[in-house]
Design a binder for this molecule. Sequence first.
Ligand code: ADP
Ligand code: MG
Length: 244
Amino acid sequence: MSEYLIEIKNLHKYFGKNEVLKGLDIQIKKGEVVVMIGPSGSGKSTFLRTMNLLEKPTKGEVYFEGTNIADKSVDVFKHREKMGMVFQQFNLFPNMTVLDNLTLAPIKTGRMTKEEATIKAKELLERVDLSDKEVAYPQSLSGGQQQRVAIARALAMNPDVMLFDEPTSALDPEMVGEVLSVMQELAKEGMTMVVVTHEMGFAKNVADRVLFMADGVIVEQGAPIEVFDSPKEKRTQDFLAKVL
Ligand code: ADP
Ligand code: MG
């Protein structure tokens, strides 16, 4: 068994003739918090989506807990259940209460009984400080509250890794902090996390490792202090000069 929870080898993704991911090799250990930064259009979302097979890799291997989930013979759904994903646009089920949003997947997949799923959901809502919103519908919540529900919903399946795609980019500025603090708490508890974000403060404070992606390749990676304080590559320097 590999020492890595996730190991990606020579990952390529084309959309038609457009090569969006150009041969990525990335290893992630259990408990690691990896933050991916980079310009818009560089392939960050495609990378996350390919990692949990929402997009099919054109070429390459994606080992998750020792199994190459890019292999056609593998039951992707079974493995994807162990990868929680949080999107920029929350993607909550609008016609369900907050509690039902959390219990749906655990019940539907047969992982939990309704009672078990409900107990777990209530615990999670308490953790994200939304116990009073169990019977509320998503559209009655603020963006920050919706995103905290989305995080709790992903956690309801007891994932082994959490993938975040710009989770605070759609939020009003005053709500960014409440979402980042939930994420920081998760990181502290030892959750393995891959986070695409423009929140450089979060990257500096919470990441074990920062990856800078541009034009479908990992240009540079290292501890936050290395990447932010002494970037080696010109492309990293130029990007940081714009965002910091
Ligand atoms: P980022 O998240 O870094 O902004 P994306 O992964 O969203 O970048 O996009 C990378 C490139 O892939 C862009 O050129 C985008 O237009 C293209 N792309 C992304 N998704 C699709 C798709 N479903 N079909 C065709 N092209 C896509
Ligand atoms: Mg994106």
